[in-house]
Each structure stands twice: as C-alpha cells, then as structure tokens.
Design a binder for this molecule. Sequence first.
Ligand SMILES: [Zn+2]
Length: 279
Amino acid sequence: MAATKTVRRVWALDAPELTVDCGILLLGSGGVQETIPSPTFLIEHDEGLLVFDSGLATTGAGDPAAAYGEMAAAFRIEFPEEYRLDRQVEAIGYTTRDVRRVVLSHMHFDHTGGLDLFPHAQGFIGAGELRYAKMPSNLDAAFFREEDIAAAQKIVWNEVPAGYDHDLFGDGSVTLLSLHGHTPGTLGLKLRMPDESTLVLTSDAAHKRDSVDLTIGMPFDVDRPNKNNSLQKIKLLATQPGTTVWISHDPSDWSELRAAGSEITSAATLRGTTEAVPA
Ligand SMILES: [Zn+2]
C-alpha cells in the first residue's frame, strides 16, 4: 500500500495590513484603532500546491488606492510592492500556475484580491457564498469587490455545504471546516502538519481571541446564531490535543505564530508548548 499522502510545507505569506476600529472586530468594543493582517496561506501537499484565501489585489501593491479607491484610505491599507502574492509564490520557487487548488474562506475583498491569479485552479468555497457576493445584504455590501467577483467567475468552484466538513484529499491532512455565520458560506481550514500536530485557521469565523473565548461576533456577521455556533466549534477544536487555533486577522496571533518566520513547521511548537502530540 502506498504511504499516506500529506502536507509537506506551510507558509503564512507576508500580509498587507488594514487599520480599523476594534469595534469592527468585536461587538461591544470600540474606540481603539487596530492594525490587522490580511493573510494568504500557501500549502504544499503531495498532491500539489493550494492557497487558503488570496489577500489583496496585486494591482494595489505599492498603491492601494489604484485597486481600492476610497476604501484604501478608509481601511488605511498598507501594501508594500514586495507583498504581491505572485512575487511571494515565485520567491518560494513556484509560479502561480503551480497552485492547483484555491480554498476561499469567503468573498469579502480582503480575501479575494488574488483570485485573478488562479483561473486555472480547482476552487473550493462555502455553498451560497458566490451567490451572496453578487447580491449581498446592505449590512456588508461594501465588502465585495466587483473585479474579484468577475475573477471568481473564471474559477470552477466546488461548493462545501454548511454543516459539512470536507476532507480535501481524502487523507485527513487538509479539512475544509464549515464555519458559516460571518457570511453564508464561511470556511476555515484544518491542517495536519508534517509532525502530526494540528493547525486550525479560522479565517473570519473569528476576528479576535476573545471572539472564541467569550463567543462574541462582530457587527457585520450576517447570521448571528450560526456565527456563534461556529465560534463554539472553534473553541471545541482547540480542546483537541496538539491543536493550535490561528485567528487569521488577530494581530497577536499573527506576530506570535509567525515569530519564527513565514514558514510554519509545527503547530505544536507555535505557542511554545510541546504537549500532547501523538508519538
Ligand atoms: Zn477579513
């Protein structure tokens, strides 16, 4: 029997930043400005490369207003030229053509900017998310970018139903987590790292550590009950031995979990713990 296929390497690529009032991240807070990353994760699996989310548009690198107009100032976007997604993939030794799969957490603009780089890829998205992006509620309509919706339409998507977690390669190494509520189809990603530790990337199912610890949503969640269920699901996942939860927009997670650089080798050592990793 062939050896089980697995994740080989994981990178949290250098991320553009947005600065927002903390009340946008956590209901009941506010009055403090917070600078948050807009990440893309690159994963090398035996079956090929995949990206989880795609950050901001390459046309905005060095000049965010060129891609985002007034939003660039409203979100105080910081996007150095060298953070372009295509350049970072090349710096690692691949091209964007080598990325075979795109997993998109949801269709908000800070996750969809690089979709135009992957028209050839096989796409995975939460059920109903694309349809919602084309006809959003007033609540979060400002967070969808026309160019990204057009780029998304060039990708052949596979929809992950709400309430179903999908084992991407059938080997247990990469699981798409249904975490809907922030948007109709929000997805997270669970990775079994090469050392058997587990890394859970929440995307925008949570924005801060307190979101998970205290089950608190944010003002633009379209479905509060399901958002809260998803927060509780993340909290449960965090109780599994050897598991680290990474809240993608949380600046403290970003600095702590990337302390050793953009390549993430083991979830077990990220927070300085060595507990409970299976032998
Ligand atoms: Zn976001």
